[in-house]
Design a binder for this molecule. Sequence first.
Ligand code: EPU
Length: 420
Amino acid sequence: MAKFLVQKSDPLYGEVDISGAKNAVLPIMAAALLSSGSCEIMAVPTLRDVTVMCDLLRSIGATVHEDYENNKIIINTPKNVASEAPSELVSKMRASALVMGPLLAKTGMVRVPLPGGCAIGKRPIDLHLKGFQALGAEIIEGSDYVEAKADKLIGANIYLDFPSVGATENIITAAALAEGISVIENVAKEPEIVDLANFLNKMGAKIKGAGTDTIKIEGVSELSDCKHTVIPDRIETGTFMVAAAITKGNILIKNTLPNHLKPVIAKLRECGVTVEFDEENILVKGDMCKIQSTDIKTLPYPGFPTDMQPQFMALLTIANGTSIVKETVFENRFMHVAELIKMGADIKIDGNNSFIEGVSHLKGAKVKCTDLRAGAALVLAGLAAEGITEVSEIYHIERGYSDFVEKFRKLGADIRKIDD
Ligand code: EPU
């Protein structure tokens, strides 16, 4: 199993280009199944999750051309595709459940192995299924699979009990080809939802209101060719913003959308870090500051992103004072805490609150990634820790960060990948 060796870093300096967003490209690739033409997707990040999604689409019957040199994927979906997603691929990636809406709409039936829980929580798909049911689908839940089928999907009014990102995406894609009008309320407002709606509209869908609480979809009978460029990854951006702060460096983050990062910018400024930005670039100056403590509560967009909580916690471990971090989106997203404690952090957990007493320094240790963002947090902590931090189970990081080591090394970090 490969590992990262992370050496305490001098301040990181330079520029980094942000890749396309993982959490935008995955639902967009799944939605390409709805097209009866060719979908050319640009600014595709090079990630393990993307290659798993390519394999999944192929297993269903699509032709996928991967051109990572040009950050491009072309997906062609024939009229007849399979209705079933193979368990070995679904078990590799939770986002596989995103093929449910498109397959139900396209073939009138979908069957997938039940996506189990993961390190950050149980992660049920009840809201996805409720949405399909409202559109007229019958839901059959077996012991290890779930099936949805409908002769015809009919537009409906749907209220989501929680603004789930995945449920919003699955219901939008199912409703795009339903007969009549669907109105979905209390939907997720993440930028990735807006990107999906823009992609579908380019194929001929009629979706309005993405980015607000209510989305209205007028079903169409067919979706066709399109070309689409994926939005920049706001979580990759946020990770490099914290990297500048934690190493007291100066990083210019290019090809990003600062508008998507308002809570991250606000919290870094509360920590005493200077952040400047224009429409597409963010400059983070951590060189002159002493990190101050702050409190964070994760929330659905536009609140503070749960996907930035572990990285911020790494920063707060060396802040001046006590910080409270409250996780409200996932039930179990504090797995990195035990690892940070191994590095000398002073953190106590009480339910979904964690109390972080800033320490003067961290020390290198052997730590383990428990999920993608936890892994990123440990590398960030390693850059600030005395000595060497050995980070194992790095496949989690490779699932979701494009050219992770190369981008950090270009900024001056000493991170080496070794095979055990
Ligand atoms: N939930 C339910 N029932 C449902 C759906 C969700 O109870 O039917 C609960 C979940 O258990 C969780 C909460 O609602 O506690 C939020 O889940 P949501 O559906 O919003 O998240 P997701 O679609 O499973 C996406 C991202 C995650 C990101 C979350 C929240 C993708 C592929 N994944 O997951 O990304 O944390 O939204 O913003 O888009 C990551 O990139 O590291 C990552 C975990």
